[in-house]
Design a protein around this ligand. Structure first.
Ligand code: ZN
Ligand code: ZN
Length: 459
């Protein structure tokens, strides 16, 4: 249950001078857990769904009965056991945006250890006709393979399964899907024609799109012998591109309507184009507390200082405007921005993924059964903290003793403290500054080594 295999478990016992378990006994015990997957799944998700239903109904001012079918906004994302496109195991998770609870998850696997070992052996060593088929029929109900296709398609296939059972299992309609730029999962769920659906964007992913577009622009222009980057004031260096991405991100997060967002985005770039001769602060926020030195001075009735000394990021209008305008037009499109109005992110999904894979190492081999179970454990802990693991212990008849409660409570309070810190604004700013400093250091090192070692546009 702690994400250990039999070898690690016995090593652990060895250090503590405990008796340990024979591999067969260990696996038998593990199978006892895996057999209760369905019951466990129902118990874990029904608790989360009950809370999410109550909260969502309260927010929408709907009187809730057991039969009420609620429309909610969920964040959907996939995660893979292995990076790249070779993973044999993939997971799709649905998280309620209002409460942050994981409502459902599905694991897809293209690999079965028994098929690859016993099955393959019978196929090639027992030439009796029908022998393999007979073996497979017996094994079928226990087989780990539940998906045939590429690992990239797993996220899409999992979405289809999860959406298809949303009403029957949870009396919920996931009518709004928050996801990253890639709309494949959304399109697939929509094609099921279960109910009308809308898509919303993760602000982090949208902001990253600006960074990627800028980096691609510099690369493409340099192929045509137009140098936008390089040394000199007002040029599009990698540091400037990072800053523009941060400004764009902030412009979206701090605005509450599409119009506000548009103005704030235009301000970020026009402010940087400004010079003493041609100030372009029309979109910058008014008032003495404005981040724009020009508007702040104006509001205080003072003369603004020189642009050269007051501007943190400078852009050369003549050189850049014709190239940047199309990018900014595309990324301040009404429809795109209207999908960002909730300022939602997929941070919850990302943090859930890390809990899942902490219980099940990405680098060591693990069977689909083990990963599927680890996924449930991770979700129980993610949703309910120490109570989550006690649900499981009761289910398996394990005593929930004083030490177990104390240890799991300590673990959860550490995690909660960490996530609270993560959310605090000050920390976010400090983290952004640290990230910038790290990136700067990286660039300095790269320049010393003679250029970046990875392609621009990758992140
Ligand atoms: Zn199999
Ligand atoms: Zn300004």
């Amino acid at each position: 249950m702690a994400g250990m295999g039999s070898d690690t478990f016995n090593l652990f016992c060895e250090y503590l001078d405990l008796p340990g378990l024979h591999k067969k006994t260990f696996l038998k015990n593990a199978d006892r857990f895996y057999a209760k997957y369905e019951a466990t799944r129902k118990q874990i998700f029904s608790r989360a769904v009950a809370i999410a239903r109550a909260e969502n109904a309260r927010e929408a001012n709907i009187e809730l009965t057991d039969d009420t079918i609620l429309d909610i906004c969920v964040s959907y994302d996939g995660t893979w056991m292995k990076r790249g496109y070779t993973s044999k195991i993939g997971i799709g998770c649905v998280i309620d945006v209002v409460t942050g609870f994981v409502l459902d998850a599905e694991l897809l696997s293209t690999y079965c250890h028994t098929c690859e070992t016993t099955g393959a052996w019978i196929k090639s060593n027992v030439p009796v006709a029908g022998r393999y088929e007979a073996w497979y029929n017996q094994h079928k109900s226990d087989c780990c393979v539940n998906f045939v296709g590429t690992s990239g398609h797993m996220e899409v296939a999992a979405a289809e399964l999860l959406w298809a059972r949303s009403i029957d299992d949870h009396r919920l309609r996931y009518t709004t899907m928050l996801s990253d730029g890639d709309a494949k999962a959304f399109t697939a769920a929509q094609k099921l024609e279960l109910y009308p659906m809308a898509k919303e964007e993760c602000v982090n992913h949208v902001a990253k799109r600006l960074g990627t577009s800028l980096r691609n622009l510099v690369t493409n222009c340099s192929k045509r012998n137009i140098q936008l980057g390089g040394r000199g004031t007002g040029r599009l260096t990698r540091e400037t591109m990072d800053k523009l991405q941060t400004y764009y991100d902030r412009a979206i997060r701090k605005s509450n309507t599409v119009e506000e967002m548009k103005a704030a985005i235009m301000a970020t770039v026009n402010h940087c184009y400004s010079t003493d001769e041609t100030p372009r602060h029309d979109f910058c926020p008014e008032g003495p507390d404005s981040w724009c030195f020009f508007k702040a001075a104006e509001a205080k009735g003072k003369a603004p200082g020189r642009h050269a000394t007051n501007m943190k990021t400078k852009l050369d209008y003549k050189l850049l405007n014709e190239h940047l305008q199309p990018i900014y037009d595309r990324l301040s499109d009404d429809e795109l921005l209207s999908r960002c109005l909730r300022h939602a992110t997929q941070n919850a999904n990302e943090s859930l993924h890390s809990v899942i894979w902490s219980k099940c190492s990405k680098t060591k081999f693990a069977s689909a059964k083990k990963v599927r179970f680890s996924m449930l454990l991770a979700i129980a802990e993610y949703n309910h903290g120490p109570q989550g693991s006690s649900v499981l212990k009761n289910l398996f008849g394990e005593p929930s003793g004083v030490s177990a409660t104390r240890l799991s409570q300590r673990r959860t309070s550490r995690r909660l403290a960490a996530s609270r810190q993560y959310e605090s604004d000050k920390i976010t700013h400090r983290r952004a500054a640290r990230k910038m400093a790290l990136k700067r250091r990286q660039r300095e090192l790269e320049e010393l080594e003679g250029g970046p070692s990875y392609s621009a546009g990758a992140f």
